[in-house]
Design a protein around this ligand. Structure first.
Ligand code: PHE
Length: 339
């Protein structure tokens, strides 16, 4: 029995020495010291020994057990450390590596210009309102003094969705919605997308952007219109910019004007941007037609107002010297990254 014991413990020691993983060491512990282990089995045979031999043998087995337990715990510690070491090595971060470039999103040039315009008008006391892109004939034409057979309908080629439903051709529809829901004094701008069945080319797109402005109050005159729009043009293009009001026609304003500013590229001398003329048209405007006020339940004898519609795309392309309006809609990252 003594011999078996020493062979067993020698075998166990060797196994402990050679093992390389924590799982293996656990296997060894079970094999020799577990409930059904080989050393435990010796203790169970003690019954066959004489009463004098029993305590001696018992002591030997216990000593061997203790020794093995200690070896196992030491080896286990070693293996654990080695494993941690290995893991740390694998996870080392090389702080000398170049960092990944972070590319934050930025505003589309149209939004940058729009934000500037909103700031300018808000500083003059205007509210920003919103209107639907899908409009009814009623809001887009009828209430704006453009009845069904009016020739002015040909000025704007319309995308119809159904008999009475269309993609708004102008943000002017928001004038009506505002006058229906607010009482004068009214001072609002409504920026948004508008749609016309235009062929696509460098200066035309079937989708573009307008900012409609509307002021209604007692005693509003053409002077207020000129003052506000001149101020706006100076804020956007600089105070040296000259502003010209040309007579024009819109069915919903009377009188109507178109507003030109001196070309910011050449200062009015004439260049490629202004096609040699020295002036760039930036908006249409006029005194709100009495019929329009009336259709919204506002008495034109008591109140008057002016409205204007600014083309955001034109403003953006001239500000950034963008030669083709299509660039604003194509979402080419190489283009957008320049802003
Ligand atoms: N809605 C007109 C257009 O799209 C612009 C405009 C707005 C003119 C308001 C006068 C007053 O051409």
């Amino acid at each position: 029995m003594k011999e078996t014991l020493s062979t067993l413990s020698a075998l166990a020691k060797e196994a402990i020495q050679n093992c390389t993983t924590e799982a293996e060491i656990e296997e060894i512990r079970v094999k020799y010291l577990g409930k059904k282990g080989e050393l435990t089995a010796i203790l169970k045979q003690m019954g066959s020994l004489s009463p004098e031999e029993r305590p001696k043998m018992g002591q030997l087995v216990n000593e061997a057990k203790q020794e093995l337990e200690e070896l196992i715990s030491v080896k286990r510690g070693e293996l654990k450390n080695a494993a941690t070491e290995l893991k740390l090595k694998a996870e080392t971060i090389d702080i000398t590596m170049p960092a990944k470039e972070v590319k934050p999103g930025k505003l589309h040039p149209l939004n940058t210009v729009l934000d500037d315009m909103i700031n300018i008008f808000q500083s003059m006391g205007f509210d920003v309102v919103d209107g639907p892109e899908i409009e009814t004939d009623h809001y887009n034409f009828e209430c704006l003094n453009v009845p069904a057979d009016h020739p002015a309908r040909d000025m704007q080629d319309t995308f119809y969705l159904a008999e009475n439903l269309l993609l708004r051709t102008q943000t002017s529809a928001a004038q009506i919605r505002t006058m229906e829901t607010r009482k004068p004094p009214i001072r609002v701008i409504c920026p948004g997308r508008v749609f016309r069945a235009d062929e696509v080319d460098a200066t035309h797109s079937p989708v573009f952007h307008q900012i409609e402005g509307l002021v209604v109050d007692k005693g509003i005159t053409m002077c207020d219109l000129k003052g506000i729009l001149e101020e706006f043009a100076h804020e956007i293009y600089g105070s040296d910019t000259k502003v010209k009001f040309r007579p024009s026609f819109f069915p919903f304003t009377e009188p109507s004007v178109e507003v030109d500013v001196t070309c910011s590229e050449c200062g009015g001398k004439g260049c490629r941007v202004c096609k040699g003329g020295g002036w760039i048209e930036i908006l249409g405007a006029g005194m709100v037609h009495p019929n329009v006020l009336r259709s919204c339940g506002i008495d034109p004898e008591e109140y008057s107002g002016f409205a204007f519609g600014i083309g955001l795309d034109r403003l953006t392309t001239t500000r950034y010297k963008i030669s083709d309006i299509r660039l604003l809609f194509e979402n080419d990252k190489r283009f957008l990254d320049q802003f």
